[in-house]
Design a protein around this ligand. Structure first.
Ligand code: ADP
Ligand code: MG
Length: 728
């Protein structure tokens, strides 16, 4: 084993599980670092408290003077809990969270100082965050960007810093972050869904979108991970031969959690409890050293914040345990990658889950309304939904026979398929009393309210109905859920608005009863949405053929997928709903294409470096040993030496072949990159990186991995897959 690897492994073996004392009930500490309702009641005046609650529930504005009261209460609470600094906490389009800390401490002259946190410091800040991606928005308009308080997501203390969730927008109002469009989309679905709910229950005043994410990740010993330049710089391995044992025995899945990982999880969960992140489930995933963590679902904006915060916290706690968390969708070839299922539903302020079947025919008609409208929304916008989850890293996963394909389809299960088939046959026009009774008794009335256990769990579907929610499974593990949630809530909002117009038209112009009108419109939607419904194996080749026949998109790579974001239809959809104007949509497209190029560019550079400067020199060293050996054999056996040196001579030749291939491919890679870099147009450039640069990675990797199998283990400089994946 090379000295480098030897030391890394020796170090990693010293990393024993950290013992965690856990003597407090989790419910007792839950949310204790959050400025939640209970804390607000304690620290705020009644007026200030009501003002925050009103802003939270109804989106009303907070008065400047009241803001001063709120900030003072917040400061008192934070200082009492040991905080020294505050920060506006936001989610710029880099994908990571951002913060710039300021101390509460202020001098007031004469050598005196106080702790201060004024209302305007709470409400708005102007971080000079000019290096965040903006897609041209800040060039063409104003250079300034500012952060503004989002009172719908509570402030929290992390470490010794009071964090205030904020939006990040340009001076002219264009969104520069993930949160702003999400909040707008949530507002759009709220009003669209409330309007539709009124058909069934006049008391509904608010509809919240809910999100429950399931975070998958790898946990790798930090010393081993740090010994790999590819993991350090790109978050994934760019080469490495599969170990003799991978995941074929499935002995890791749901297996007992290794001690070290468990200690990490417990530490993490405690931190999550303090931060009010309601984590509930933890288990081993399919691949070795791969795990999953899931919370109880929450209102979508809060759930997105929690996921972003969690990913950050996970990294920090990992440092304490000498682990590195890998969120990349495909850190290791040959074993499963990671995803982040987004469980989504809609619930009313009257306590009804609109995607959960009810107990009466009427509540089931409401359920079917939202259920079918969601299917129609996905059917009409499948390409946009695919675009929402596109990234260089998620490209490795989608369609790799372990995750849903790049084709979007909806799975609803046998029972609901039958219901839709029945509904498809309802009379065109007014329904007869007999037909209505029949529908109520035998179709709508027969949907059991515990579909949960009856829905088949087709794990190969990217968008599956699972009893009382839809589960969007194609989201990447590294992604900010806001992207997927903004698109999903927007397309369903658009659909619900259209639905209401159609139903109202039938009621007003055709003099139909409300139920008749609803049945009539739903019937047409079922007919129009058939293309998107698929119950079979999403991993199979047959589905690819079938999907093509149906005209569904199959955008396998990010540059191809992202185009849907700037289609006329998408631009209009976001603009009409007030989610994003055209400038914002186009800016996002540019940023994501640019990010794609940069990711592939960095990977290309790192791979070229490792192949040329680590792998090839090692192969040469080993080859020299072989050459010495052959020379020695020649000395002993003279002309007869070939009889004894046959294998060595073959190896020498084989190694030369691989070295040659690596070097020529690295040169080719550099040249293709140079050519692509000269391309001005971002779309053309991204396509070049995708189709001309990236494929060379595979050729280089192939030869490096072959050398890994040939070269003396003693000399191999890179920590091997078996060491990365099986060290506990
Ligand atoms: P799986 O079998 O995929 O692990 P689970 O039933 O355990 O699915 O649920 C996974 C996630 O779905 C959890 O985070 C859970 O809180 C969330 N979830 C459950 N009901 C809803 C709902 N109505 N809306 C949104 N998310 C939900
Ligand atoms: Mg799931």
């Amino acid at each position: 084993m090379s000295t480098l690897r030897f030391h890394a492994i020796k170090e990693s073996l010293k990393h024993k599980p950290i013992h965690i004392e856990e003597n407090e009930r989790r419910s007792a500490i839950f949310g204790s670092n959050v400025f939640n309702e209970a804390t607000m009641r304690q620290y705020l005046t009644k007026e200030a408290y009501n003002s925050v609650m009103d802003a939270n529930q109804n989106g009303s504005k907070i008065d400047r003077i009241v803001a001063d009261h709120i900030s003072t209460g917040m400061k008192e609470w934070a200082i009492a809990k040991g905080a020294t600094h505050y920060t506006h906490w936001f989610q710029p389009l880099t994908g990571a969270t951002a913060e710039k800390h300021d101390a509460f401490f202020e001098t007031i002259g004469n050598g005196l100082s106080i702790e201060k946190f004024a209302g305007n410091q709470l409400v708005q800040q102007e971080p000079d965050a000019s290096s965040f991606p903006h897609g041209g928005i800040r060039n063409t308009f104003e250079a300034r960007g500012y952060t503004a308080w989002d009172p719908t997501s509570p402030a929290f203390i992390y470490g010794t810093t009071l964090c205030i969730p904020t939006v990040f927008v340009a001076y002219t109002g264009e969104a520069l972050d993930y949160k702003t469009p999400l909040l707008r989309a949530l507002q759009a679905i709220d009003s669209a869904a409330v309007a539709v709910c009124k058909y069934f229950d006049k008391n509904v005043k608010k509809v919240n979108a809910s999100l429950g994410w399931e975070q998958e990740y790898f946990l790798i010993d930090s010393t081993l991970a740090d010994s790999r330049p590819d993991i350090v710089l790109t978050g994934r391995t760019l080469l490495g031969h599969s170990p003799a044992k991978g995941q074929q025995l499935d002995d890791h899945y749901f297996g007992s959690i290794p001690n070290r990982a468990l200690a990490y999880m417990r530490d993490l969960e405690t931190e999550c409890m303090l931060l009010g992140i309601p984590v509930k489930t933890r288990h081993n995933e399919v691949a070795p050293n791969q795990f999953e963590l899931a919370p109880i679902y929450d209102e979508a904006n809060l759930a997105v914040d929690h996921n972003s915060l969690l990913m950050d916290v996970m990294g920090k706690i990992a440092d304490r345990h000498n682990f590195k968390v890998l969120f990349h969708e495909k850190p290791f070839a040959g074993v499963n990658g990671s995803g982040k299922h987004n469980n989504w539903s809609l619930s009313t302020d009257t306590g009804v889950n609109l995607l959960g079947p009810g107990k009466t025919p009427m509540s089931n008609l409401q359920f079917l309304t939202f259920f079918i409208n969601t299917i129609k929304a996905v059917n009409d916008n499948e390409e946009l939904l695919r675009a929402a989850i596109a990234s260089a890293s998620n490209d490795h996963r989608l369609g790799a026979n372990e995750a849903p394909p790049a084709i979007i389809s909806v799975f609803i299960g046998e029972q609901l398929t039958r219901v839709l088939n029945e509904l498809e046959n309802v009379t065109n026009g007014k329904l007869s009393p007999e037909e209505k009774t029949d529908l109520k008794l035998n179709v709508v009335g027969k949907i059991p309210d515990v579909l949960l256990d009856n829905t088949d769990r087709n794990r190969t579907s990217p968008f599956a109905f699972t009893g009382n929610k839809f589960e969007f499974r194609a989201v990447g593990s590294k992604a900010n859920c806001a992207s997927a949630m903004t698109v999903l809530n927007s397309i369903v909002a658009r659909q619900l608005i259209d639905f209401k117009v159609e139903v109202d038209a039938l009621i007003d112009k055709k003099d139909m009863k409300k139920d008749d009108a609803v049945f009539n419109v739903l019937r047409e939607y079922i007919k129009k949405s058939k293309n998107i419904l698929f119950e079979g194996n999403g991993y199979g080749e047959a589905w690819h053929k079938e999907a093509k026949k149906r005209g569904l998109s199959n955008n396998k790579t990010t540059p191809e997928a992202l185009k849907a974001k700037i289609s006329k239809k998408a631009l209009a959809l976001f603009e009409d709903l007030g989610v994003m104007n055209k400038i914002e949509s186009k800016a996002r497209y540019e940023i994501e294409m640019e990010e794609y190029v940069l990711r592939i560019q960095i990977e290309g550079r790192v791979l070229g470096d490792i192949a040329r400067n680590h792998v090839v020199p090692t192969a040469v060293r080993y080859q020299n040993i072989l050459i010495e050996n052959v020379k020695g054999l020649k000395e002993i056996y003279g002309t007869n030496f070939k009889k004894f040196a046959k294998e060595q001579l073959n190896l020498i030749e084989e190694i030369s072949g691989h070295i040659e291939s690596i070097n020529s491919n690295v040169t080719k890679l550099i040249n293709e990159r140079k050519k692509a870099n000269l391309v001005e147009d971002i779309e053309e450039k991204a396509l070049d990186y995708c189709h001309k640069v990236k494929p060379i990675f595979d050729d280089i990797r192939y030869h490096c991995d072959k050398l890994e199998l040939l070269v003396d283990d003693e000399l191999w400089p890179l920590t091997k897959y078996r060491e990365l994946l099986f060290t506990r």
